[in-house]
Design a protein around this ligand. Structure first.
Ligand SMILES: *Cc1c(COP(=O)(O)O)cnc(C)c1O
Length: 403
């Protein structure tokens, strides 16, 4: 991996920096391996909001069953790129116009988030039909979660107490077909914790459906498969997850499960490459100031972690003064923003880091550029580069490599 990464980083011109480098062959391989680890009766949707780069989406289209979208903008974006891809429209706060847009786009599923939303749908349907899942904040006990989306009070999904009212609305309206339930409850779980969550959701859904004499044909268990930025090689254990889901399906012969991961699909295929502009020591601590920063790669600020990185030495130095460097010590990597929050990695140990060396931040393929505040301070935007199938793939990081 390192040799391939070096090769691609060296191909970037100084003027290209900072740059996003996306490894398309690595992404294809990773997504293909995820698909292969899942039983046939699990449908794999990609959560577009994790990274909506057009070429990533096109590469993914070959390996997923569809795309989960959460806005009118994402609907338009996917339709423009992939006219026939199945889309599932989720997310809170859908406007009437967005519901119309989803229907016009032929959305395969609508994930209904509230009774009000369902009623709004009935007013815009006209003589069309809609295929829906009811998103429920299933009462489950979730252990050790990075970001809990449900279980407790939540703006996401329906409170279980509201479900019966929705069933009545659907029963009275011949145009709405209920396929089942949706529950995206947690982010950052490992495979075993996620399977435990699936068990809780399925147990609850079974009891609920049984009481009402309904058969669920579909349950969407959301995304949130964990990505460990502190241990990049601890990749979500898709084979174990697939085996667990197969057991769930054996107990439910007529059920289709759907999942909609985002981060765990694209995180590994993206790199943010930049260079060291300055190195200084403040009260004994080393700081490296990089071109760019969290206005391009907000992930470490948003998740409060150190973004993993590789130093790519550049031996050219043409100034008459001594090249500033840090050697065998912890260095805090910051960006160009005038805020103490612009930190990409805090007190990370380096063997040697010099002004002019390049740095490639790994795991920058999800919730990275597209969640960043690009225009704060008005620095230039990064350039974007896609390693193609004709090139050497970078990603050792992209398939499963659990030690
Ligand atoms: C964000 C989101 C996802 C994807 O979550 P990841 O953590 O990126 O896997 C899936 N479903 C819903 C409803 C979401 O809001």
């Amino acid at each position: 991996m390192r040799a391939a990464l070096l090769h691609h980083v060296h191909q970037l011109a100084d003027d290209d920096l900072p740059a996003y480098l996306y490894d398309l062959p690595g992404l294809r391989r990773h997504a293909g391996a995820i698909r292969a680890a899942l039983p046939q009766r699990v449908e794999l949707l990609y959560a577009t909001k994790a990274n909506s780069d057009p070429r990533l989406l096109q590469a993914l289209a070959e390996h997923v069953n569809g795309f989960e979208v959460a806005s009118g903008g994402e609907i338009r974006h996917i339709r423009g790129l992939l006219p026939d891809a199945p889309i599932a429209f989720g997310g809170p706060g859908k406007t009437p116009a967005e519901l119309v847009q989803a229907l016009d786009a032929g959305a395969e599923r609508l994930h209904i988030e509230s009774e009000h939303e369902l009623r709004t749908l009935t007013t815009v349907l006209g003589d069309r039909t809609a295929d829906v899942l009811l998103r429920v904040n299933v009462p489950v006990a979730i252990r050790s979660v990075a970001l809990a989306m449900g279980g407790g009070p939540s703006p996401f999904g329906l409170d279980p107490s509201q479900l019966d009212r929705c069933l009545h609305i659907i029963a009275a309206d011949g145009r709405i077909r209920l396929h089942g339930l949706h529950a995206h409850l947690a982010n950052g779980l490992d495979a075993r914790a996620h399977l435990a969550l699936v068990d809780q959701v399925m147990g609850w859904a079974d009891r609920w459906a049984h009481h009402r004499g309904i058969t669920l044909s579909e349950v969407d268990i959301g995304g949130g498969m964990g990505v460990d930025y502190a241990h990049p090689r601890d990749v979500f254990d898709w084979p174990t997850f697939g085996i667990g889901l197969r057991r769930t399906l054996e107990r439910h012969p007529d059920l289709t499960l759907r999942i909609e991961p985002g981060r765990s699909v694209t995180a590994y295929c993206g790199w943010y490459v930049t260079e060291v502009l300055d190195i200084k020591f403040s009260r004994g601590e080393a700081f490296a100031v990089l071109r760019g920063g969290t206005h391009h790669l907000r992930t470490p600020a948003a998740k409060q972690h150190n973004q993993p990185f590789e130093v790519i030495p550049d031996d050219s130095w043409h100034q008459p003064w001594t090249r500033p460097e840090a050697r065998d010590e912890p260095v805090t990597l910051v960006g160009q923003l005038c805020t103490p929050k612009d930190v990409l990695a805090r007190r990370a140990r380096v063997d040697r880091l010099r002004v002019g060396d390049r740095i490639a931040f790994a795991m920058a393929g999800a919730y990275a550029w597209n969640i960043s505040h690009h225009d704060f301070l008005m620095h230039p935007h990064p350039t974007f580069h896609h390693v193609d199938d004709a090139d050497t793939p970078i990603a050792g990081a992209c398939a499963f490599q659990t030690a």
